[in-house]
Ligand binder design. Structure first.
Ligand code: PLP
Length: 430
């Protein structure tokens, strides 16, 4: 890694992980579009496969362009190691994979991205894993939900579709006491606004598809490990604390210390699950991440202005933006995300479900898409799209009630965004 700890965030987002190319001097990180990398000799090859030396073998496992991105995100989150993968959802599976086994469960917040609710409530059952969903504002309920088979606690820092901020230090204290790792999805906040590892998170996951890339070009994900969890302290995590049969009996927790989780994710996770990020995709994210802090400042300033305007409009029922003093999460937001609570929120329309449908059909500058965290402003009616698979109780808990539209505020001129919302609200109420 090329970052020095004394560098600030704005410097790291440009320089961490990316020295000039040693072979050519290329200043920008080249796209190493190569499947395989030549071994110096057989001994070199053996060392790489034994994890005695770090290097490149085959791009399903490691690739120099992807490595630059891993090192950069790791530096921004303040982790020990990071592994990129093909999407945010892949990152969640990659995070759980070394921890879970048949019969194990994850205690998860009810306030999560709709796709994550489906992944955890339905799909992971195929692996023999399960999830217990709890209101993370009820700390006693979180504590009570953790049992002998719990292997992770999972939440979002600022929950998609917006407005909810998790009390990360309080949840971390509970997971710590139970000797269970805390996984925080930091997609909506980004490391510029929220630093989960400093607040006690063990692992941070991202959909790099969103703000980290910031230009709506590629899907990707990352798992950042704090390197602070003691995998050897209990017998709960045999993949890390005992001889791993899938890697010729290596005890990752013993041999690799704070890099145990990261090396396991590459040597076993990516090797066998194959949810690899490609170098072209890593390149687009590296380009985007260079301006992360500048974009987040503008996302926050715009969201603040637009949310305040919407809240005062008589056609609007309520706005759930944690940056508004009316939000129940306003004070917590200042603690967890001191530079602002992001660019994502929901707005409930008095015109109900039908009004929401008319509203998303009427926007012109905003795009009606299933994405967020783009430089462009985006809008979606969650109940009829991203949260469609959920029960009405799950929709409600996730902040995606039928009369609610999710808004991802971009970095355009706030006045232009307000003008577009004004005419779309007129259409919704017509
Ligand atoms: C989009 C999103 C995901 C899933 O990421 P993909 O890259 O679409 O797989 C997970 N969590 C949150 C908070 C998201 O917004």
């Amino acid at each position: 890694m090329t970052d020095a700890p004394e560098y600030g965030f704005d410097t790291k987002q440009i320089h961490a992980g990316a020295a000039p190319d040693p072979a050519t001097g290329a200043r920008q990180t080249p796209i190493y579009q190569s499947t395989a990398f030549v071994f110096r000799d057989s001994e070199h090859a053996a060392k790489l496969f034994n994890l005695e030396e770090v290097g490149y073998i085959y791009s399903r496992l490691t690739n120099p362009t992807v490595s630059a991105l891993q090192d950069r995100i790791c530096a921004l989150e303040g982790g020990a190691g990071a592994v990129c993968c093909s999407s945010g959802h892949a990152a969640q599976i990659m995070a759980l994979f070394p921890l879970m086994g048949p019969g194990c469960n994850v205690v998860a917040s009810t306030r999560l991205y709709g796709g994550t609710v489906t992944q955890l409530s339905q799909t992971i059952k195929r692996f023999g894993w399960s999830a217990k969903f709890v209101d993370f504002d009820d700390l006693d309920a979180v504590k009570a939900a953790i049992d002998d088979d719990t292997r992770a606690v999972f939440c979002e820092s600022v929950a998609n579709p917006g407005g909810y901020v998790t009390d990360i230090p309080a949840i971390a204290a509970i997971s710590d006491a139970a000797q269970v790792p805390l996984i925080v999805d930091n997609t909506s906040a980004t490391p510029y606004l929220c630093r989960p590892i400093e607040m006690g998170a063990t692992l941070v996951v991202h959909s790099t598809t969103k703000y980290l890339t910031g230009n709506g070009t590629v899907t990707g994900g990352v798992v950042v490990d704090s390197g602070k969890f003691d995998w050897m302290a209990t017998d709960k995590f045999p993949s890390l604390s005992q001889p791993e049969p899938a890697y010729h009996g290596l005890v990752f927790g013993e041999a690799l210390g704070p890099m145990a989780f990261t090396f396991h994710s590459i040597a076993v996770g990516l090797r066998d699950l194959g949810m690899t990020m490609n170098p072209q995709g890593a390149h687009y994210t590296l380009m985007g991440i260079e301006t992360l802090s500048l974009r987040m400042e503008k996302h926050v300033a715009n969201a603040q202005k637009v949310a305040a305007w919407l809240e005062n409009d008589p056609r609007v029922d309520y706005v759930t933006y944690a940056g508004l003093p009316s939000s129940p999460y306003y004070e917590r937001g200042k603690k967890i995300c001191p530079k602002g609570t992001g660019g994502l929120f929901t707005v409930a329309l008095k015109s109900g479900y039908d009004g929401c449908v008319k509203f998303v059909d009427a926007v012109q500058l905003f795009s009606h898409v299933a994405n967020l965290g783009d430089a462009r402003s985006l809008v979606i009616h969650s109940a009829s799209t991203t949260h469609r698979q959920l029960t009405s109780e799950q929709q409600e808990a996730a902040g995606a009630s039928p009369n609610v539209v999710r808004i991802s505020i971009g970095i355009e001129d706030a006045d232009d965004l307000i003008a577009d919302l004004d005419q779309a609200l007129a259409a919704a109420s017509a």
